[in-house]
Design a protein around this ligand. Sequence first.
Ligand SMILES: Nc1ncnc2c1ncn2[C@@H]1O[C@H](COP(=O)(O)OP(=O)(O)OP(=O)(O)O)[C@@H](O)[C@H]1O
Ligand SMILES: [Mg+2]
Length: 695
Amino acid sequence: MSSQTHAQVQTRKPDVPSKLFARIRELHSGERFRNLNWTGTFQDYLQIVEKDPRVLRNAFQRLYDMIVSYGTTEYEEHKEKIIHYHFFDDPLHDGQDAVYGLDRPLMKLVNLFKSAAKGYGTQNRVILLHGPVGSAKSTIVRLLKKGLEDYSKTEDGALYSFSWRVVDENGQEQWEDCPMHEDPIHLIPLEFRKQVFDEMGLDLSDNPSAMQGDLCPFCRFYYRQKMREYGGDWERVVQDVRVYRLVLSEQDRVGIGTFQPKDEKNQDSTELTGDINYRKIAIYGSDSDPRAFNFDGEFNVANRGLIEFIEVLKLDVAFLYDLLGASQEHKIKPKKFPQTDIDEVIIGHTNEPEYRKLQNNEFMEALRDRTVKIDVPYITKLSDEIKIYEKDFRQDKVKGKHIAPHTIEMAAMWAVLTRLEEPKRAQLTLMQKLKLYNGKTLPGFTDDSIRELKAEAPREGMEGISPRYIQDKISNALVNETESCINPFMVLNELEAGLDHHSLITSEEQKKRYRDLLALVKEEYEDIVKNEVQRAIAADEEALARLCANYIDNVKAYTQKEKVRNRYTGQDEEPDERLMRSIEEKIDIPESRKDDFRREIMNYIGALALEGKKFDYRTNERLQKALELKLFEDQKDTIKLTSLVSNVIDKDTQEKIDIVKSRLIKNYGYCEVCATDVLQFVASIFARGDVKGEG
Ligand SMILES: Nc1ncnc2c1ncn2[C@@H]1O[C@H](COP(=O)(O)OP(=O)(O)OP(=O)(O)O)[C@@H](O)[C@H]1O
Ligand SMILES: [Mg+2]
């Protein structure tokens, strides 16, 4: 009977649920479950250690290995070798918390973990991420936490803890977990541990921390109790221990902790190091019985993993010493209990305004010496900044609204401009500096000059507009606009309107600078769309192919020092230098570089010919652009775009305009609404008569 109902259910519903079930089953695969829920004896654990001593790694070693396990890419930027750690792309979570454009500070951070993992001293410091508001400090820490959680579930990242068998007064057997999920290896007393490792033949020279670390007060209590009970028979004692695989999880408060100071009067050290459990005092009769204490402060919880201190400089001075002790000695002091070993990475963050407030404070004096500060600045490279917003506002995430081309780019451009310092070189504008940083080449500027530019502005990126402000304003524009499509002007206007209420902009002067930069971005936008519309007008494929063939014939003759056969008259003629230059100038190829450019193209065509392939201008983006602009110049009089501004358009012009519009939609990502708007806009610029070569 049951199989019948089954069949009915299946015929009524499509196949999706059963696929879904299979997927969930797969995710929760029996083997994975069994692995993560493994339990065994202490002896089993020693076998695991023998097979793979890496289970004994400390928190820093594990964190470093975790990051490196994702792989790296090396590249060179402005003559500097940079390592990009793939971990920070957040590949396991579809790039949700990916961090862009911060490879340099992240390299410093990873190097710090590395030296701490090797025990070179940095393991005794508080790591302080410092930067302006919204510079991805929290995002970085969130990534590290998630990374540790994921790593603990892999074979490479496996770690273990243990529970005690406890028989209560009714004779019921229970298992009590170590509240600080410490390593079972702590059950081997410190004074014998080295000898045990030696006898096991383990070489732990690169992991000296396995030789440190003693039981927590709670476990020490049971250890002593059982030693007494079994007359000092250690083997019997560890028979009352069950080892289990530890899975780190912030949600379950295992191995990952977060501390956020509340208001200054309301801070209580029990939040960090645990608190007396008054209900249990009644049972155990004393407040110094570890069973009547909850070892559930953030430091306890985060043992074996990582603790994050949000706004660490808001911490009450009284706690500062807890924090400093924890980082320097790897020990905490729960109320009424002795110093207790901890093994965790301590990372705090603070933003620039907070940091400045406390710069001369005694608190800072104590802290400065014991922290390693890593500056996390804003992004100064446009293409990286764009990625932040593309992540949030990808077209598939923004349902029901279209985002016109360049909208995100223009907002990002403004954000980056607010962060850049005016170049000291007179012949360089701020916009040019932005483009240099963004990888564009400018005549007279080399990698060395970019390094110089960066060196003369060491605080660049520590001030300016935060990505959060941009994210908010793009959201506003999406929500507030009644149009089905938002364009750069709408977003730039939102950005401008918000300046009056921006809590961090205090001086009129700064506000004015930001406004001026908005105007600069609008100018840049005009240039971009003018160019785009021109290219759309000229995107007549046949005409382009003809122009291209003509250009190539001439370039070929030029590079081989031959003559060109005039296809029309059949006469041999000199290569048409004017034609070639009029195309090359469209993409800023200077006279001095023209030979290189022509040779490159011929080499490329030659290589294709060897493979039996034919050259297509569409595969060379720069050449295509040059050809389109040239064609536009030749044709501009045949399409009367300016007539768009007047209301009378003849049928012929309307048809031509419709073709251009459809090209904007097909080739440039416009929608019906923004294509119409942008044509109107560009037409009005033409009508104003300030376009190069127009009229
Ligand atoms: N370099 C970057 N790469 C990716 N996203 C970024 C970057 N910088 C900022 N963001 C984005 O900006 C937003 C703010 O980041 P986050 O909350 O991590 O900043 P924060 O430095 O902790 O700020 P605060 O100082 O205000 O606490 C997030 O949405 C984050 O993804
Ligand atoms: Mg933050």
